[in-house]
Design a protein around this ligand. Structure first.
Ligand code: NAD
Length: 436
């Protein structure tokens, strides 16, 4: 089957290469000519484990192509997926300009029947808008469908190739058959495809992200309470996560959530609620709790230094919004950096993958070091914001000899407080009791 993928970002590139791996002939389009040129040369523009190999495997056998021309990709394609960005608009709603422009370009490029699928996260009703735009520019028959993507950055390839489920929102039987065929690669281990109406599919994506974010904000609020009452949120987490009705995932207290999805999707969902006169109070609280939480780590550092970090040298370990990605969109590290910079601290950052993005998007924001220990050299404090594997078990003896001060801030509760204290450091976690 011939498939066109519009947009080669985190979702478009991973799923485009994934569909090629299922045996389809996939052409990925992007308006970013530089990105396409790099992809054509076999360079992967984003950090995503396993993606380089997946792309290489499928370009080598001629099943995966890249172009800047929508017309070239869409001609003869039976399925055209839209995977462009849906950032937050001025009023908090999802800005649909990229999706609707892509729809117009697709409509103008159709050469026969195709299913036009929104893979981008879009508010309920967007497929109707896509349908209207395409209909206004083409004489060819077509169907629209929604196929929200649930992959998570850092494990996106696995998530795409072995999804927990694939949600297809469609009302055209031919479109449903084509999409089932597109996903034949995930059918080996049973039917994971859920077919529903388009509006339910669109809402399912927001519901999933809002639920996951709710768990995190809930734990973050309890972590603040644990600090106040002298309890350890890590013990509480294990205590509730072992209950099968609750489950262990997404219960980690930390420096707040960021990234390109949760914050913007919560805002868009709240906007949809307002538009429909259904105030979403739980979602609203989740967002507010997270905005509060993103400041907790920086406040803890400030408190340690008696409210004055002027002249202090502070290492920031981890800049990406989570491990195994180079994505820094709405990263909690940016909030911590802002707080400490405002207080006059000198900051030195290290991240295994995100430093090129920090340097490109925020030039001069923070000094960048070649490795974690270089960042810690001469530092009064080390603040762990993103729990990359290589930062989970620091060489404490080495830090003792390198650092000027002795304060370690564990924004993700991955270090063992007793070990850190035994090595002569002050340990600060999130929600680990009055002294931690
Ligand atoms: P991204 O910003 O990484 O990539 C979007 C790409 O689309 C860019 O490369 C851009 O140049 C390109 N583009 C924009 N307009 C185009 C056009 N008309 N033709 C061709 N290319 C065009 O975005 P992303 O992170 O991949 O997210 C895409 C969508 O998927 C969003 O709606 C997002 O909410 C959703 N989503 C993202 C994730 C994630 O983890 N990143 C997970 C699930 C869903």
């Amino acid at each position: 089957m011939k498939i066109a993928m519009i947009g080669t970002g985190y979702v478009g590139l991973v799923s485009g290469a994934g569909f090629a791996d299922f045996g389809h002939d996939v052409t990925c389009v992007d308006i970013d000519a530089d990105r396409v040129a790099r992809l054509k040369q076999g360079e992967i523009p984003i950090h995503e484990p396993g993606l380089g190999e997946l792309v290489k495997r499928n370009t080598t056998v001629g099943r995966l192509h890249f172009t800047t021309h929508t017309v070239e990709a869409v001609a003869g394609a039976q399925i055209v997926l839209i995977a462009v960005g849906t950032p937050t608009g001025e009023d908090g709603s999802a800005d649909l300009q990229y999706v609707l422009e892509a729809a117009r370009q697709i409509g103008a490029a159709l050469t026969g029947y195709a299913v036009i699928v929104t893979k981008s996260t879009v508010p309920v009703g967007t497929s109707d808008k896509v349908r209207a735009i395409v209909a206004s520019v083409t004489m060819h028959p077509f169907a629209v469908a929604s196929n929200p993507e649930f992959l998570k950055e850092g494990d996106a390839v696995n998530d795409f190739l072995k999804p927990a489920r694939v949600v297809i929102g469609a009302d055209d039987p031919r479109a449903i058959d084509l999409l089932r065929d597109a996903y034949r690669g995930v059918m080996r281990t049973g039917d994971r495809i859920q077919v529903m109406d388009i509006r339910s599919a669109e809402l399912t994506k927001y519901a999933a992200n809002a639920m996951l974010a709710t768990r995190i904000s809930f734990m973050n609020e309890l972590a603040r309470l644990a600090d106040a009452v002298g309890a350890d949120i890590e013990a509480v987490r294990k205590g509730i996560g072992s209950d099968p009705r609750i489950g262990a995932k997404f219960l980690f207290a930390g420096a707040g959530f960021g990234g390109s999805c949760f914050p913007k999707d919560l805002r868009a969902l709240l906007h949809t609620g307002r538009e429909n006169d259904v105030p979403l109070q739980v979602v609203d609280a989740v967002e507010r709790a997270n905005e509060r939480q993103k400041k907790v780590l920086g406040e803890r550092v400030l408190a340690h230094f008696g409210g004055n970090v002027a002249g202090k040298r502070i290492a920031i370990w981890g800049l990406a919004f989570k491990p195994e990605t180079d994505d820094i969109r709405e990263s909690p590290a940016l909030t911590v950096i802002e707080q400490l910079r405002a207080g006059g601290a000198t900051l030195v950052g290290y991240d295994p993958a995100a430093m090129p993005n920090v340097a490109a998007q925020y030039p001069g924001l923070i000094e960048l070091a070649t490795d974690a220990y270089a960042a810690a050299r001469g530092a009064d404090a080390v603040v762990l914001v993103t729990e990359w594997h290589e930062l989970r078990h620091p060489d404490l003896a080495r830090l003792t000899s390198l650092m000027r001060g002795k304060a370690l801030f564990d924004g993700r509760n991955v270090w063992t407080p007793q070990e850190v204290r035994a090595a002569g450091f002050d340990y600060y976690g999130i929600g680990r009791g009055r002294t931690a």
